[in-house]
Ligand binder design. Structure first.
Ligand SMILES: Nc1ncnc2c1ncn2[C@@H]1O[C@H](COP(=O)(O)OP(=O)(O)O)[C@@H](O)[C@H]1O
Ligand SMILES: N[C@@H](CC(=O)OP(=O)(O)O)C(=O)O
Length: 608
């Protein structure tokens, strides 16, 4: 019998009419002969209101009690939904997370699912009942109630779909699909018909609030097709599916995202020697703080700057940890900016299209937006900008890539295949050995490989003026010279007022890239070339949301005495640049650190 999981977000169960309309949708699927699991979130703004209530009592509510409080929002919704479905004549039963054995770790307010017992749900389904489950919550091994982090009901829904082998997970929300960017900010944004897991992972973690990024990790790991669609209309929404099913045509950029609630932290005067970066990020990871956009630039006079972003809510704690770590490693100090935002473009097409970075920087320059930091991965480019210019920046970028124009997608009716666990579920399949942290947790990090690219050269532009338009000029010149750029890293201005922008290119193109850059910046003395660099990458799922992965990577390299010259991170990989002659050794060290015997050198995959 087909099985479907339907998740209704807060806006879709905000009042009695909406609950009844969601109930009718579940009943329709039930009458079509499907087994139906309904996952619901707290009604409307309930979770925000509960947080407000706690703050009225105390500035720093204990996390355990916070979870006890927040979980009530979803409990109200499941009861009302069960009443609605039963009232319409169909048997239904509601469960809290604890009742159906959604067992998590004990990181209150950001717990991860370890496992889900399926017997009770399966029994109810087999009895012909619609099963209603409270999203966003679980219970730890000591029976403490936990929550999964804001937006976590998506993760409950996809996790249930994964363990029960559902044919699809339907996410019902107040938009009719995933758009090229947030339609509340850019009115011309267009609905996307199909998008790959990796693109959605990047978009979600870069700010597209329509999906919880951890839910997409689940979907990718377990091969669950997700259908994001409107609660209030019947039209097809957006399918989030495996790359081979997304059948993407043409475009270099699929979507753009804005993360507004970002804060930047920079550790100044970091000694340029092995182990230092590791010491810093280990301290932060110990606090379970998710670090994003790590940018480390070329050292001068034996010192460098390391910048990274965290969400605004984590800033105070991060600063305390960073200041402590800075003293420990003998760094110069810590600065921060709480008023920044990150604008990103994402697209699998970037793997093959050139000139994407140039087009993005040109659009930003044209809109008068100053770029503070840049970081890239194979399928995304992110820039940090002042928060006040963020919406303008997003609109400019959306326009530059003509994201409002319909793509050549195949719009025929689409029924995605469920790619069953044998080939996709790393808990069951051949990748089981690569799980870090044992087989205990469904949400454990999956590291699928480590790679070495020995064909990289680094080109650095020194003395980059801190004003709009500069990056665009340099990249236009490099693109005109026909050079494919791989990594791009720009850190914030140093204390001496100097900004450095580094790129990596295929070694044979290094001189061409350097002369193109010199021509653009006007002074050859401002361009540095290091022809022999190696890129080491750790590849997998959940690389960013698992705080420990970068730390483990930096630690392994530190123990091997290998210095890190550049860093960039994404949802699916962490890349670092090292000296060429240390590359193989680094690859072995990473293979050991991540318990992989499949460490392999990779052919360079330049783009941009
Ligand atoms: N790329 C995007 N596509 C669609 N919606 C987006 C995107 N980025 C951000 N959003 C926002 O996400 C919202 C839906 O998420 P959310 O409010 O969490 O819904 P729910 O309550 O159903 O979980 C939309 O109203 C939209 O403004
Ligand atoms: N109620 C929780 C969980 C959730 O996922 O909500 P929604 O589906 O409305 O984003 C929150 O507000 O974070």
């Amino acid at each position: 019998m087909p099985l479907v999981v339907q998740k209704f977000g807060g806006t879709s169960v905000a009042d009695a009419d909406k609950i009844l309309s969601a109930a009718r949708r579940a009943i329709r699927a039930h009458r079509e002969g499907k087994q139906v699991i309904v996952v619901v979130s707290a009604r409307g703004h309930t979770t925000d209101e509960l947080i407000g209530l706690a703050r009225e009592i105390t500035e720093r509510p204990p996390a355990r009690e916070m979870d006890m409080l927040l979980a009530t929002g979803e409990q109200v919704s499941v009861a009302l939904m069960a009443m609605a479905i039963q009232g319409l004549g169909v048997p239904a039963i509601s469960f809290t997370g604890a009742q159906i054995g959604i067992v998590t770790d004990s990181f209150h307010t950001k717990a991860r699912i370890r496992n889900i017992s399926t017997e009770r749900i399966q029994q109810a389904l087999d009895d012909g009942q619609v099963v209603i489950v409270a999203g966003f919550q679980g219970v730890d091994e000591h029976y403490n109630i936990t929550t999964l982090g804001r937006g976590g009901s998506d993760t409950t829904a996809v996790a249930l779909a994964a363990v029960l082998g559902a044919d699809a997970c339907e996410i019902y929300t107040d938009v009719d699909g995933v758009y090229t960017t947030d339609p509340r900010i850019v009115a011309e944004a267009r609905k996307i018909d199909r998008i790959s897991y990796d693109e959605m992972l990047e978009l979600a973690s870069l700010g597209a609030g329509v999906m919880h990024s951890r839910s997409v990790e689940f979907a990718k790991k377990f091969g669950v097709p997700i259908h994001v669609r409107s609660s209030f209309a019947d039209a097809e929404g957006t399918w989030i599916v495996a790359e081979e099913d997304a059948r993407l045509l043409g475009a270099s950029v699929t979507g753009a995202a804005l993360a507004k609630d970002e804060a930047r932290v920079t550790v100044l005067g970091v000694p340029d020697r092995p182990g230092v970066v590791h010491a810093l990020f280990r301290r932060i990871a110990e606090k379970n703080i998710v670090v994003d956009m790590i940018v480390q630039n070329v050292a001068t006079r034996g010192r460098t700057e390391v910048s990274f972003t965290v969400s605004g809510g984590d800033l105070a704690e991060t600063l305390m940890v960073a200041e402590h770590a800075a003293r420990e490693i003998g760094a110069g100090g810590v600065t921060h900016d709480p008023e920044v935002a990150k604008v990103s473009v994402v697209g699998l097409g970037m793997r093959v299209h050139t000139g994407v970075a140039q087009a993005m920087f040109e659009a930003l320059g044209g809109a008068g937006v100053n770029i503070q930091m840049i970081t890239t991965s194979e399928i995304k480019i992110s820039v940090l900008v002042d928060r006040s210019s963020a919406a303008d920046a997003l609109r400019a970028v959306h326009r530059a890539f003509e994201l409002e124009r319909p793509r050549l997608d195949d719009r025929r009716e689409f029924a995605p295949p469920r790619r069953r666990p044998a080939d996709r579920n790393p808990l069951a399949g051949p990748e089981a050995g690569s799980l870090v942290g044992g087989l205990g947790g469904m949400e454990d990090l999956v590291v699928s490989g480590v790679e070495l690219d020995e064909h990289q050269a680094r080109v650095t532009l020194l003395n980059v003026p801190d004003r709009p338009g500069y990056a665009s000029k340099a990249f236009r010149s490099i693109a005109e010279a026909g050079v494919n750029v791989d990594m791009i890293v720009q850190n914030v201005r140093t204390t001496e007022g100097d900004t450095r922008l580094s790129i990596t290119v295929p070694r044979e193109d290094a001189d061409r890239a350097a002369s193109a850059a010199s021509a653009a910046v006007g002074d050859p003395g401002d361009v540095l070339v290091e022809p022999g660099m190696a890129k080491l990458s750790v590849v997998g799922i959940g690389m960013r949301t698992h705080t420990g992965v970068a730390t483990r990577m930096f630690g392994a390299l530190a123990d091997a005495g290998i210095n890190i010259a550049l860093i960039n991170t994404s949802e699916v990989r962490v890349n670092v640049l090292t000296d060429l002659d240390r590359g193989r050794e680094g690859l072995d060290a990473l293979g050991r650190a991540f318990d992989l015997d499949r460490a392999r050198p990779a052919a360079g995959a330049p783009r941009t």
